[in-house]
Write a protein that binds this ligand. Structure first.
Ligand code: RB5
Length: 143
């Protein structure tokens, strides 16, 4: 499995922490930047990560900005991407079970690294429930 990562300046430290965590889990990562505190535009990074997932270059994607909000909005503009903004383990679990989220967004200024790793693990280790949720996911993908 390959996971694409991207962040703006508000999320790059959390993105780097997620990268190390994924490597510890022996998961291959593609880091699409950014890699410094210099101000950049989150739409560019959300789009780049989402396009990596939509094109199949990566299986899943994780994006980080200050709140996770802007970069999740950007990612969700790319067809085929279902990016869930997660601020709790419950949201991470549900966004896989119900939305089959192929990306999650995290907030570098709103979520501690410790909680972020729990969120990442919950999302990765939870299965999509299918059933009635499949029809709704299909509706999302048809938009
Ligand atoms: C950047 O200052 C900040 O606006 C961005 O990281 C993010 O929080 C936007 O939603």
């Amino acid at each position: 499995m390959i996971i694409a990562l991207a962040a703006d300046h508000g999320g790059y430290e959390l993105k780097n922490a997620v990268k190390e965590h994924l490597k510890e889990r022996k998961i291959k990562v593609v880091d699409l930047g950014t890699n410094s505190a210099d101000s950049v535009d989150y739409p560019e990074y959300g789009k780049a990560c989402a396009e990596a997932v939509a094109s199949g270059k990566a299986d899943l994607g994780i994006v980080c900005c200050g709140t996770g909000i802007g970069i999740s909005i950007a990612a969700n503009k790319v067809k085929g991407v279902r990016c869930g903004l997660c601020t709790s383990v419950e949201m991470a679990t549900l966004t896989k079970q119900h939305n089959n989220a192929n990306m999650i967004a995290l907030g570098g200024r709103t979520t501690t690294p410790e909680l972020a790793m729990e969120i990442v693990d919950a999302w990765l280790d939870t299965e999509f429930e299918g059933g009635r949720h499949q029809r709704r996911v299909d509706m999302l993908d048809a938009m």
